[in-house]
Structure formats: structure tokens, C-alpha cells
Design a protein around this ligand. Structure first.
Ligand code: ZN
Ligand code: ZN
Length: 165
């Protein structure tokens, strides 16, 4: 069976993430501060898998003064609001867009820590069938393949080592 390998495309959504977040905060009686807005706009600029410290660095490099505490707390709120999804990888916890992005799963290279996304309908069907059998209504799932990516396996292959001698 040939499986598709093209990158996933964002979905079209009617509300901007920052507006969704504003609504979520309002319900909790909190305000969308300038710092939070900057953070949300930065995060939703491009789809990637990032951790909190990476985001602190990125914002700093972009000349934005957002404290580490604000970054950590806002990330938590964005997960709660359903805008971001937390991804537990072998060595760290990463975040990525949930809002406006299709359901997908990941491959994680344990050597270079690259994260690759894929979508597979078989997994979704299986998830639903297992849930049905247990009387569950699924709201999400985690499926992570750990292993070695093509680049890392090439550079560690015995043939390559012999070439170097
Ligand atoms: Zn790798
Ligand atoms: Zn992903």
C-alpha cells in the first residue's frame, strides 16, 4: 500500500486565532494583553512543533519583550482554549496548532529529534472502532512513531562508515 507523504495544509477557519483567544479569555474574565496578542500572532504565523524555551528565544530574537512566565502561562491557556495542542515527545514537550489544522500524527527521530507529520485514515477508523467497542466517544488520540529518520540512518549505516576509511 502506497501512503501519501505530502505535507499537511492548514484548514480554512472563519475566526482568526487571536479572536478565538480573546473570546476564551473574556469568558474567564481575563484580558488579551498586548503581550499575549504578540505571542499568539507569532505562534500562528507558521506551523511548527516548538517548545516553550524555543518560543522565548524566538520572541526575544524578534525583539519582543515577553517574559518567560508570560510565555509559559499563555501556552497553557492556548492549550486550554483548544488553539494549541501539546505533544509529548520522548525528550520534551512540544506545542503545535490545533485550531485550523487537520488531525494528524507524528514520527519522531530519536537521533536528530526531527518531527514528521502524517495523516492516515486507517488510524482514524481504527480509533473509532476501538472506541465504539468500549462505548467511548473519542475526542482525540495520540499516536507517535519513534525511530530513526532516513538522514540519520544513512549517516549511521555500516556502508557509509566503510566509505570513510
Ligand atoms: Zn534523524
Ligand atoms: Zn504536528
Amino acid at each position: 500500500m502506497e501512503l501519501p507523504r505530502e505535507p499537511l495544509k492548514p484548514l480554512t477557519v472563519s475566526d482568526a486565532p487571536v479572536e478565538k483567544f480573546r473570546e476564551f479569555l473574556e469568558i474567564r474574565g481575563e484580558k488579551l494583553t498586548d503581550r499575549r496578542r504578540v505571542l499568539v500572532e507569532h505562534v500562528f504565523n507558521s506551523h511548527k512543533h516548538f517548545d516553550a524555551d524555543e518560543l522565548v528565544r524566538d520572541l526575544h530574537d524578534a525583539g519582543q519583550k515577553v517574559s518567560r512566565a508570560t510565555v509559559y502561562r499563555t501556552l497553557r491557556l492556548l492549550v486550554e482554549a483548544g488553539l494549541l495542542r501539546e505533544l509529548r515527545l520522548t525528550n520534551r514537550s512540544a506545542f503545535e496548532h490545533d485550531y485550523g489544522y487537520p488531525t494528524h500524527d507524528h514520527l519522531h527521530c530519536t537521533s536528530c529529534h526531527r518531527v514528521v507529520e502524517f495523516r492516515n485514515d486507517e488510524i482514524l477508523r481504527l480509533r473509532d472502532a476501538i472506541s465504539r467497542a468500549h462505548g467511548f466517544r473519542p475526542s482525540g488520540h495520540r499516536f507517535l512513531i519513534e525511530g530513526v529518520c532516513p538522514t540519520c540512518s544513512r549517516s549511521h549505516s555500516p556502508r557509509r562508515r566503510l566509505d570513510l576509511i
